[in-house]
Design a protein around this ligand. Structure first.
Ligand code: PEP
Ligand code: MG
Length: 570
């Protein structure tokens, strides 16, 4: 029996067999020469055959996936590419992995030099094919085979890997890496998959098929638990199910404080499959539709699917409140074809509107899809991510106007009064919120990124997760400034980062003046329950006091005391 502690990102107690998976890390390819070229050549040929047979077993679920698989296959059959690899091994005495890496580099650089967006798209596929080859040479499985309901244990998972999995078989998630607001954590939350991240080396310790017991709330995972541990986990599983049932009973009640202050709770979704959960939780609209996840799940921008998903969301959620489409926040850890995976600092790099304003072909078709959805329901709103200041916002708004004009000319119907908003998730946007407020109808604070950029702490890095502190005074001051600026200018303001969905923070956010919060469906249940026990007046006094505190520790302590005093238990 081995116990591991990590960052619990979605509660739930699970006892199930483990499905263990590890990636090859491309950077770990050793550049060493071999004395046995024959053996390296055999290892490469075997790996190539293995990958080809693996690929032939995959049934593509979309045209984009079919295209991607065919690029993989053609690479692995390409005589020039293969000759280069073989030459690297036999003549230069490179190891098989190095030979593949060097050949791929040469190949992709030549394609990149052509400067054609078609080839840029292919480069991403070629790198994926390379990654499969390297994994196969290293003897590591590349596809997560989940043949029975299991707890997935992995070194890390990219958001696209998780969404491409058969999630009906994913009972829990245990990862070596990842921070509390990493995108894989957010997806686990949305899909209600109990998950623990930042477990260090669990993927090396665990054995495929062994029993695992996990508690997502406490962040505890136990490999090969003994009978006594199993009994205690089973008992707590029963108790947790009861609490959950009670929470669901309150879904129809309004989120109103004891002194009558109404807070609007909306839902964050990543696709239309989130709609039923949002309705069941009593969401008053969609505060954040992370549209890029549709692209990630389909390996490309499939306009027809995109359009019908937006229309479905507008139709089904419009009657409950706003339906907020955030334009593609691709980049960072959300990579698609046509993006360079190897940016030095992807989180500060070519992402969100920076990517969209260069790939206007992609952006235009998304804007048209959102405009079409606005014709279905006047609740549809559009919101732009990662805005860093008014100049960037104005450029994006100008382009949006251009696209609207095109639609008018083509007779495409849309809501001329559609509300336009900006995310506030960079410190520069927060500090200039008073200026940005002049150009938009609403603002939504993305605390996940705002905290990361304000404290300079990577939200996905478990090594520094203890430094990622939502209650840092710099963050609280920025929140206060944004809410005050928005209200002064008569602009609606909300929070759609994970902070909004943590019931512990509710007194502070209500006290700071946020009347709209957007979160996962599950969090709506918990936050509503918490808000119904709070007095708004007391929250305002509490927030005023917090604003005078000097550091995160004092604010955490003050909030802990306030929560304790007002009867809140985690
Ligand atoms: C945020 O940054 O808080 C946010 C809501 O956007 P995302 O988590 O998708 O980056
Ligand atoms: Mg963000």
């Amino acid at each position: 029996m081995v116990e591991k502690k990590g960052i619990g990102v979605f509660p739930g107690i699970v006892i199930a067999p483990a499905a263990v998976f590890r990636h090859t890390i491309l950077e770990s390819v050793e550049h060493s020469l071999t004395d046995d070229s024959k053996k390296e050549l055999e290892s490469f040929e075997e790996a190539r055959k293995g990958v080809l047979s693996e690929l032939s077993g995959i049934k593509p679920s979309s045209d984009a996936e079919r295209d991607m698989l065919s690029v993989y296959e053609s690479m692995l059959e390409d005589p020039d590419y293969l000759a280069l690899i073989r030459e690297n091994i036999t003549e230069r005495r490179y190891t098989a992995s190095w030979a593949v890496e060097a050949a791929t580099e040469k190949y992709t650089s030549a394609l990149a030099a052509l400067g054609d967006s078609y080839f840029e798209d292919r480069i991403a596929d070629i790198r994926d094919a390379e990654s499969r080859l390297l994994s196969s040479i290293a003897g590591i499985a590349t596809d997560i085979e989940i043949s029975e309901p299991s707890v997935i244990i992995a070194d890390y998972l990219t958001p696209s890997e998780l969404i491409q999995m058969d999630r009906s078989n994913v009972l829990g998630l245990l990862l070596d890496s990842g921070g509390p607001t990493s995108h894989v954590a957010i997806l686990a939350h949305s899909d209600e998959i109990p998950a623990i991240l930042g477990l260090g080396d669990i993927s090396k310790t665990a054995n495929d098929g062994e029993t695992v017991a996990m508690d997502g709330r406490e962040g505890r995972a136990i490999l090969d638990p003994d009978e006594k541990t199993l009994r205690s986990f089973r008992a707590r599983k029963g108790a947790a199910a009861k609490v959950e049932k009670e929470l669901k009973k309150e879904a129809a009640l309004p989120a109103v404080t004891t002194d009558g202050h109404r807070i609007h709770l909306m839902c964050n979704i990543e696709g239309t499959e989130g709609i039923s959960g949002a309705i069941a939780a009593g969401a008053e609209g969609i505060g954040l539709f992370r549209t890029e996840f549709l692209v990630l799940s389909s390996h490309g921008t499939e306009d027809k699917k995109t359009e019908s998903s937006y229309i479905e969301a507008a139709n089904e959620m419009g009657k409950y409140g706003p339906v907020t489409f955030r334009t593609y926040d691709l980049g960072g850890d959300k990579i698609v074809q046509g993006m360079d995976k190897r940016e030095e600092n992807p989180i500060l790099g070519w992402r969100a509107v920076r990517f969209c304003m260069e790939r206007k072909d992609i952006f235009r078709s998304q804007l048209i899809s959102i405009l079409k959805a606005s014709a279905v329901s006047e609740s549809v709103r559009i919101m732009f991510p990662m805005i860093s200041g008014s100049e960037e916002l104005l450029e994006v708004l100008d382009f949006f106007e251009e696209v609207k004009d095109e639609c008018r000319k083509k007779g495409i119907a849309f809501d001329e009064n559609m509300k336009v908003g900006t995310m506030i998730e960079t410190p520069s946007a927060a500090i200039t919120a008073d200026i940005l407020a002049d150009y938009v109808d609403f603002m939504s604070v993305g605390t996940n990124d705002l905290i990361q950029y304000t404290i300079a702490v990577d939200r996905g890095n478990e090594k520094i997760a203890h430094l990622y502190r939502p209650l840092h005074p710099a963050v609280i001051r920025l929140l206060k400034y944004v809410v005050d600026s928005a209200k002064k200018k008569g602009v609606t303001v909300s929070i759609c980062g994970e902070m909004a969905g943590n019931a512990e923070y509710a007194p502070l956010l209500v006290g700071l003046g946020f009347d709209e919060l957007s979160m996962t469906a599950h969090s709506i249940l918990e936050v509503r329950k918490r808000i119904r026990t709070l007095s708004a007046e007391s929250c305002v006094d509490f927030a005023d006091n917090v604003l005078s505190l000097p550091d995160a520790t004092s604010i955490e302590k003050a909030l802990g005391e306030y929560n304790g005093k007002t009867g809140y238990k985690k």
